[in-house]
Design a protein around this ligand. Structure first.
Ligand SMILES: [Zn+2]
Length: 159
């Protein structure tokens, strides 16, 4: 696992205990083993323990870490890296979708870790990391538009 893929656990965050509602919560990193598609995976997740009432719980950070472990197991790009690919071009989901033809709603799901992209899309996303590939797509889209406009012109001429 690359270091850059690891989620940082903020140490000074104030977490509220969902049982006694106090903010005296301590975080420990524990190995969590879970099953995905009949395969056992292990992820280091933050476990919260309330110092007041003793309640132990996990939150969305643990879910995020487990999701990353699944992505790494499948060999696909993790959600925040997908977000980083789009954000390096400062494009909105709509703009990125217009250039790449990737479904806007799916893009949001992949970035939020709600769905995992299929392997073909994953390879496409990988290629989109490289600015020259995005530029090629933009040029192709512009060329297509030009051809459409020229065809439209010819169509009108025939009338
Ligand atoms: Zn508590």
């Amino acid at each position: 696992m690359e270091k850059s893929n690891l989620i940082k656990f903020p140490q000074n965050e104030s977490i509220q205990c969902p049982v006694c509602e106090q903010y005296n919560v301590q975080t420990t990193i524990e190995n969590d083993t879970f099953t995905y598609d009949a395969v056992e995976l292990t992820a280091s997740i933050p476990v919260r323990t309330c110092n007041d009432c003793g309640f132990r719980f996990t939150d969305e950070i643990a879910e995020e870490v487990e999701h990353e472990a699944i992505c790494q197991h499948l060999g696909v790009i993790i959600p925040k890296e997908i977000g980083a690919i789009r954000k390096q071009y400062q494009l909105s989901w709509t703009e990125f979708s217009e250039i790449t033809t990737l479904d806007e709603v799916s893009l949001a799901h992949w970035e939020n870790g709600e769905l995992i992209q299929n392997p073909v899309i994953d390879k496409f996303l990988y290629l989109l990391k490289f600015p020259e590939n995005l530029e090629r797509l933009k040029k192709k889209n512009a060329d297509n538009l030009l051809i459409l406009q020229q065809n439209g012109y010819r169509a009108r001429q025939r009338v």
